[in-house]
Design a protein around this ligand. Structure first.
Ligand SMILES: C[S@@+](CC[C@H](N)C(=O)[O-])C[C@H]1O[C@@H](n2cnc3c(N)ncnc32)[C@H](O)[C@@H]1O
Length: 230
């Protein structure tokens, strides 16, 4: 296999959901060349070496949409390296526009499947993981397309440090029990909630997202799980 060819494993799974949307403006196309070039996450390369040396922790958001949550966190926490994955071209264009207006050198972006980032990270390297309003795939026969699967939780457990937080939000009434069932059955994750107040409203310091504002399917739920020892 030549160096230019991707490893066959890279393409073994299908990424569901759309990549292309409306046509990009010239400004958006330009930002892909310049800013995305400068901020691109390099899968499989040493993670801390990809950030300024002031970064002490790594957090990952999968499916950042237009990036409002990720950008807001990066503003709150300059000591954290924030990695974001989003395959939707227009989502990437939107976060690039935000980052042109508000430059943040602690953000790195990957236009593709978040699972690839996870697979390329060393074990016990992530301190926080976010999956916010993921595509719900409401039909039962499509549930296998959901990002949060038992096998994904095994991968996450391997990449998160003990004490790390996994944050999940959904407004879909079938994804909520689906996610809870899996997270609670997993030996490495422990739910932090002690009552309804802990998951029925967005915790302080947790920035809102565009999909939360839409909340088209029902009231949103906000889950926080800690990666514990087995
Ligand atoms: C319903 S949107 C929510 C966006 C954002 N989190 C919010 O709350 O506004 C789900 C996003 O996840 C992205 N997505 C789906 N599968 C993904 C994957 N495997 N890796 C990274 N992003 C993914 C989609 O492209 C889409 O933008």
């Amino acid at each position: 296999m030549s160096e230019a060819e991707p490893h066959p494993d890279r393409n073994r799974r299908k990424l569901y959901g759309r990549r292309k949307g409306p046509k990009l403006s010239d400004r958006q196309k330009g930002l892909r060349q310049t800013l995305l070039g400068a901020l691109a996450w390099k899968v499989g390369e040493e993670p801390f070496g990809q950030f300024p040396n002031t970064v002490k922790q790594l957090w990952l958001e999968v499916g950042f949409g237009a990036g409002e949550h990720l950008v807001s966190l990066a503003q709150q926490r300059p000591d954290v390296g924030l990695i974001g994955a989003e395959p939707y071209e227009m989502g990437m264009a939107k976060i690039l526009t935000k980052l042109e207006e508000t430059p943040l050198n602690t953000v790195r972006l990957f236009e593709g499947d978040g699972r690839e980032i996870l697979e390329g990270l060393p074990d016990a390297s992530l301190s926080r993981f976010f999956l916010l309003f993921p595509d719900p795939w409401p039909k039962t026969r499509h549930h296998k397309r959901r990002f949060l699967q038992m096998e994904m939780l095994d991968l996450l457990a391997a990449k998160l440090v003990v004490g790390a937080e996994l944050r999940f939000a959904t407004d879909d009434k079938s994804y909520l029990p689906y996610a809870l069932e899996r997270l609670m059955a997993h030996p490495h994750f422990r739910w932090t909630a002690t009552g309804q107040k802990d998951w029925k409203s967005r915790p302080e310091g947790w920035p809102p997202t565009r999909y939360e504002a839409k909340a088209i399917k029902g009231p949103p739920s906000f889950l926080r799980f800690v990666r514990g020892p087995a």
